[in-house]
Ligand binder design. Structure first.
Ligand SMILES: [Zn+2]
Length: 257
């Protein structure tokens, strides 16, 4: 029986911890202290570290964890992260036998040039996507091109609908505010806002989300929907038609929102 637990870090980061009551894997440990505290509290033995991209709030605790635990640290082959021991890229398989989980690596450039995500399909469909896809939003494009980010999100959207999506940040409420501006008639989005506000009032994470829900509410996965296209056209006063151009304009709009 696997547990996936969010260790809170910084202002709004989650360091996702996957464990079977004995062994644990942590994803994007931006800081080591809360991870070590959690492992001690739950009497868990760290067996691997997964990193999605080089930003310090995802990697900052890695070196310290490696000094305490002799474990592999997987991370993107296409980025320079000194503390990574096992660089991986698209198509690589990571067999975490201690927790009986097999991850496939997906290249998801856009937020950073070498960003990767980790997907497992057994015993359930789960995705750790770092800062690529958020609930109701997507990551900022720091290093890649809008086209790359669009293709990365399209790749993630082809995963099974029931995939549980574990993003690194709790951005859901602010993302919903923007989404409602560009998709005001979406009743599922209105429902999500009520549910998410209730969770956050009780300091409960709004994550994981599911791909099925994101396809219904996330404007960055809905760039082929007429209502989104109309709102983007209205805003930009340009005759954009293809979904990638709509995505680019939508991302720019969100940057200044
Ligand atoms: Zn980042």
């Amino acid at each position: 029986m696997l547990t996936i637990y969010p260790i809170h870090a910084f202002k709004d980061n989650y360091i996702w911890t996957i464990h079977n009551q004995q062994y644990a894997v942590v994803v994007d440990p931006g800081t080591a202290t809360p991870v070590i505290e959690y492992l001690e509290l739950e009497k868990l033995q760290l067996c691997a570290i997964l990193i999605t991209h080089h930003h310090s709030d995802h990697t900052g605790g890695n070196q310290e964890l490696l000094e305490s635990f002799d474990v592999p640290a997987f991370g993107p082959r296409n980025e320079f992260i000194p503390s990574i021991t096992h660089p991986v890229r698209e198509g690589d398989q990571i067999n975490l036998h201690e927790i009986s989980l097999n991850f496939t690596v997906l290249d998801t450039p856009g937020h950073t040039q070498g960003h990767i995500a980790y997907y497992a399909s057994n015993p359930m469909n789960i995705l750790f996507c770092g800062d690529t896809l958020f609930s109701c939003g997507c990551g900022r494009i720091f290093e890649g091109s809008p086209q790359q980010m669009y293709q990365s999100l399209q790749k993630l959207s082809r995963l099974p609908d029931d995939t549980l999506i574990y993003c690194t940040h709790e951005y859901t409420l602010s993302n919903i505010r923007f989404a409602r501006t560009v998709d005001p008639e979406n009743s599922k989005l209105a429902e999500l806002e009520i549910a998410a506000r209730k969770l956050r009032n009780n300091i409960i994470p709004t994550l994981p989300t599911t791909l099925m829900l994101e396809k219904a509410v996330n404007p960055f996965l809905r760039c082929d929907q007429q209502e989104i296209i109309d709102h983007v056209k209205n805003k930009t006063k340009q005759s954009l038609t293809d979904p990638a151009s709509i995505f680019t304009a939508l991302r720019e709009w969100k940057n200044s929102y």
